[in-house]
Write a protein that binds this ligand. Structure first.
Ligand SMILES: *[C@@H]1O[C@H](CO)[C@@H](O)[C@H](O)[C@H]1NC(C)=O
Ligand SMILES: *[C@@H]1O[C@H](CO)[C@@H](O)[C@H](O)[C@H]1NC(C)=O
Length: 315
C-alpha cells in the first residue's frame, strides 16, 4: 500500500502539476480561459536566481525541416502538442493583461474600440550572452472561439549587447535578417508555409510577416466580422513605455527584471496600427499588465501561441 502511494506520487510528479484544460475549454468566455491559463502559469514558477538556460541546440536541427514547423501554423490550441518544445522563444515570462483600443480605432474584429483579455509573453528568440534578441507574444482570448495571437520582434538580428527589453518597438513585420544561419532557417520556414495550403491567400506571404487578417475578422465576443467589412492592419507596432527601461548593461536575466521591475498595472506599450504597407501609423491602443510577470515551466513548455495563416488583404 505504502509503496503504491509512493509510486503514484512519483508518477504524478512526472506527469506534471498542470491542471488539464477542461474538455469544453474553447467554448468558455475569454476571461475564464485567461484565468485557467494563468492558474497553470503560476503553478510551477522557476527560481529566479536559477533560471533554466539550457540550449536547444539539437532541436535547432528540426528548424530546418519544414514538416516540423508546420504544426506551428496548423495546431489550433492554447497548449503545445504534448512532447513538442518551442525551438525559438523557449524561455519567457508571462503576465495577464488588458489590450485596450481607444474610441478612435477604425479597425475591425479584436481591434475595435474596447478592452481585450490577454496573456503577455516577453521572450528571447535564442538565449545568448552576446546578442539580446527580444520578442513579444500576446494571446488575445475570445469568447467561445480559439484565441488569436501576436508574434512580434524588433529584429531577428537582435539588439547586440543592449539588454534592455524596452529599448525597441516590437512588430509583426520585421526586416530581413543578415545572419547566414537565420537566412537558412527563414528559407525552410518559407517552405513550411507552402505546405500549409495550396491557396496563397491562406498562408502568410513570408516568414518576416505574421499577418493580422484573422485578428480583424473576429470580435472578442466570438462574432465574425461580415465578409467585405473587415478592416485589417498591415502592421502592428508595440512601442515601449520608456519609463520601464532597465540598465542596458544589466547582468540579470530579462525574466528576473520582468518579475522585479514591472508591477501589475504597468502600461507596457502603446499600440500603433498601420492600415497598409504605405500608411502612417495610428496610435489607437495600449497594452497593460494586470498581474505580476511569472517565469514558469508551463509558460515555457505548454502555453502555446498558434500562428495565423490568412495573409493580409485590403478588404
Ligand atoms: C509608463 O509607465 C510609468 C510607470 O509605470 C507610468 O507612470 C506612465 O504613465 C506610463 N506611460 C504611459 C505613456 O502610459
Ligand atoms: C486616439 O486617441 C488616443 C486617446 O485619446 C490618442 O492618444 C491618440 O493620439 C489618438 N490617435 C489618433 C490616431 O488620433
Amino acid at each position: 500500500m505504502a509503496s503504491y502511494t509512493v509510486l503514484c506520487l512519483v508518477s504524478c510528479l512526472v506527469a506534471g502539476a498542470f491542471a488539464d484544460l477542461p474538455a469544453n475549454y474553447q467554448n468558455l468566455l475569454a476571461v475564464e480561459k485567461q484565468n485557467l491559463l494563468w492558474q497553470n502559469v503560476q503553478s510551477d514558477p522557476h527560481d529566479l536566481n536559477n533560471l533554466p538556460s539550457e540550449g536547444v541546440g539539437s532541436l535547432l536541427l528540426n528548424a530546418i525541416k519544414p514538416p516540423y514547423l508546420l504544426p506551428a501554423f496548423s495546431h489550433i490550441s492554447d497548449e503545445m502538442i504534448e512532447g513538442r518544445r518551442k525551438i525559438f522563444h523557449t524561455y519567457g515570462s508571462v503576465a495577464k493583461g488588458r489590450l485596450e483600443f481607444f474610441s478612435n480605432s477604425t479597425f475591425t474584429g479584436i481591434f475595435e474600440s474596447g478592452t481585450r483579455d490577454v496573456l503577455i509573453r516577453p521572450s528571447v528568440a535564442l538565449l545568448k550572452d552576446d546578442n539580446f534578441i527580444p520578442g513579444l507574444g500576446v494571446k488575445v482570448l475570445i469568447d467561445g472561439s480559439p484565441s488569436v495571437n501576436f508574434h512580434t520582434l524588433f529584429s531577428l538580428d537582435g539588439q547586440g549587447d543592449n539588454r534592455d527589453f524596452f529599448e525597441n518597438a516590437m512588430s509583426n513585420v520585421i526586416p530581413d535578417t543578415e545572419n547566414p544561419v537565420l537566412i537558412a532557417v527563414t528559407k525552410v520556414f518559407q517552405s513550411a508555409l507552402y505546405l500549409l495550403s495550396a491557396n496563397w491567400m491562406n498562408r502568410p506571404e513570408n516568414p518576416n510577416n505574421m499577418p493580422l487578417y484573422e485578428h480583424a475578422s473576429i470580435r472578442a465576443d466570438g462574432s465574425p466580422v461580415e465578409k467585405g467589412k473587415v478592416v485589417a492592419p498591415w502592421k502592428i507596432d508595440f512601442v515601449p513605455n520608456k519609463s520601464l527601461s532597465w540598465d542596458p548593461a544589466t547582468n540579470k536575466d530579462f525574466r528576473w527584471h520582468f518579475t522585479h521591475d514591472v508591477p501589475s498595472g504597468s502600461v507596457l506599450y502603446d499600440v500603433v496600427l498601420f492600415r497598409t504597407q504605405d500608411s502612417v501609423g495610428q496610435h489607437v491602443g495600449r497594452l497593460i499588465s494586470t498581474s505580476p510577470f511569472v517565469a514558469s515551466l508551463y509558460g515555457d513548455e505548454r502555453l502555446y501561441l498558434q500562428h495565423a495563416n490568412n495573409r493580409w488583404c485590403s478588404t
